[in-house]
Design a protein around this ligand. Structure first.
Ligand code: NAD
Length: 289
């Protein structure tokens, strides 16, 4: 079994670390917030007063942190002290450019490193069914698999460094556009006198079908488990969708790409997040009436 340093024990990192403990790994954790540390300890994680101490005996170092600048700071702290041969895995959602920069930093210090962002939310983190989108060298990917498995439903090797983050921003840009399109369709259908159930039955059996309607239906009724049935809570917070779209816009700018619909979706979510950051992102339908 492996000794794994886990840095960032928040909503996602906490349950992910707990699943590694359940799988029999030794997990050395660190977080800045006392409550996160306490919960991790209750789940069998051994915690340390600093990131440097948490990585001192690590064979694998996982980061699950809020942003690229924070990941870069933590890497700058721990790369000089990590044991020779340690494998670095960053599962935070950060920009493709930041992911490539930290990969280079790790390589310069003699370490293998992967970007491995996830989808599946806190539910998937708790159930151990996250989808991992992984970027980096083949050898590092093979070495990481046994560590990722207890947290994963699916692990996909997307390509070289940054490819995992690239896949994540592209997927979430599609999702944002689809959730708005589905919201627009339900609002229009209501105004045309069509019932929500009739539209749901037609779309889910036809060419407009997608996750945004089939699972995350933005009106109450057709899918009893969708956040719309519970005042749009809980779910995938608008704040997180807004963050991911910001990263997509960074990637569009840095590659000189054109994405008119993705860009418009990013503008709509930015405005919506100012008022409703904590609601599931399907709540955007309430701004479309
Ligand atoms: P969170 O804010 O709950 O957890 C982040 C944790 O990092 C916090 O506990 C914070 O105290 C800790 N932290 C911050 N700076 C630190 C440092 N220097 N050293 C150690 N710990 C530090 O956020 P989260 O929801 O767990 O998300 C983590 C990452 O996963 C983000 O990049 C997010 O975009 C991504 N993500 C989140 C979800 C989700 O549904 N919550 C889904 C997919 C991806």
């Amino acid at each position: 079994m492996t000794t794994i340093a886990f840095l960032g024990l928040g909503n996602m990192g906490g349950p992910m670390a707990a699943n590694l403990v359940k799988a029999g790994h030794t997990v050395h954790g660190f977080d800045l917030v006392a409550e996160a540390v306490k919960t991790a300890e209750a789940n069998g994680v051994t915690t340390f007063p600093s990131a440097v101490e948490a990585v001192a005996a690590a064979e694998v170092v996982i980061t699950m942190l809020p942003s690229g600048p924070i990941v870069k700071n933590v890497y700058a702290e721990v790369l000089p002290v990590a044991p020779t041969g340690a494998l670095f895995i960053d599962s935070s959602t950060i920009s493709v450019d930041d992911a490539r920069e930290i990969h280079q930093q790790a390589t310069d210090n003699g370490f293998a490193q992967l970007d491995a962002p996830v989808s599946g939310g806190v539910k998937g983190a708790t159930a151990g069914t996250l989808a991992f989108m992984v970027g980096g060298e083949d050898e590092a990917f093979l070495a990481a698999r046994p560590t990722l498995e207890p947290m994963a439903g699916k692990v996909i090797h997307c390509g070289d460094a940054g490819a995992g983050q690239a896949a994540k921003v592209c997927n979430n840009m599609v999702l944002a556009v689809q959730q708005i399109a589905v919201g627009e369709a339900f609002v229009l259908a209501q105004k045309l006198g069509l019932s929500d159930q009739a539209l749901f039955d037609v779309i889910t059996g036809a060419t407009g079908n997608c996750w945004a309607v089939q699972t995350n239906c933005p009106v109450p009724g057709p899918v009893p488990t969708s956040p719309a049935n519970n005042e749009f809570k809980p779910g995938f917070a608008t704040a997180l969708m807004n963050k991911d779209l910001g990263l997509a816009m960074d990637a569009i700018a840095s590659t000189g790409s054109r994405a008119p619909l993705g860009t418009h979706a990013a503008q709509l979510y930015k405005a919506f997040a100012e008022q409703h950051a904590d609601l599931d992102f399907s709540a955007i339908i309430t701004s479309l009436h």
